[in-house]
Write a protein that binds this ligand. Structure first.
Ligand SMILES: [Zn+2]
Length: 199
């Protein structure tokens, strides 16, 4: 008996393979679920605000406190950042089935480079979430923009679902962006498999 590959089964196989490939190569920032007292990295808002070498300016909008470095590109782009954060919350809420988010505010730190990220938290990454503190850190510069829905999804998912298997959490965060390392997810899926189309 030979295996009949219908269009539907091929599509499902392609989808699974694409997600596996994306997760295999994905290197988003770590998700730190343990409390700071359990962790050598202490990343509460106050600790980050007082880290030497940073001069923060805080902007408050409905559901966010956004912290950018003074005189940075991110500060120049702060109006865009505000809109982007609201968009990200809408996107995350939609994905997680939250009608209107009415919880505590989120703390969004935006640094200007991977080097600055390292100075702030101890290692280089494009983004990192500290869900217990409703805190996440991204990069925005003229050459690198990791401000998206990804880290926020980790934060909100933690408070909605508690701990989940990391592949679900990470897969959904990648999906939240429609992006993977700056590449459009649909274009990337097509590149990995030209016969494939994401629904
Ligand atoms: Zn992630």
């Amino acid at each position: 008996m030979f295996l009949m590959k219908t269009a539907k089964t091929t599509q499902i196989i392609n989808k699974v393979l694409t997600i596996i490939l994306l997760l295999f190569f994905s290197s988003c920032g770590k998700i730190i679920l343990i409390s700071p007292s359990e962790n050598t990295l202490q990343a509460s808002v106050n600790i980050l605000l007082n880290r030497p070498g940073f001069d923060w300016v805080e902007y408050e909008i409905d559901n966010f406190s956004i912290y950018v470095e003074r005189s940075s590109y991110a500060q120049e782009q702060v109006e865009w950042l505000k809109k982007n954060s609201e968009y990200a919350l809408n996107r995350v809420s939609l994905l997680l089935g939250i009608e209107v988010y009415e919880g505590p505010i989120f703390h969004q730190f935006v640094v200007s480079s991977r080097d600055k990220m390292k100075k702030l938290i101890g290692w280089e990454t494009n983004g990192i979430a500290f869900p217990r503190h409703r805190l996440y850190i991204e990069i925005l510069s003229e050459t690198l923009n990791s401000a998206s829905s990804h880290e926020l999804l980790h934060v909100v998912a933690f408070h909605e679902w508690g701990r989940t298997d990391s592949w679900i959490n990470e897969g959904l965060a990648v999906y939240a962006d429609d992006k993977w390392h700056g590449y459009d997810l649909h274009a990337l899926a097509h590149y990995l498999n030209p016969d494939y189309s994401l629904e």
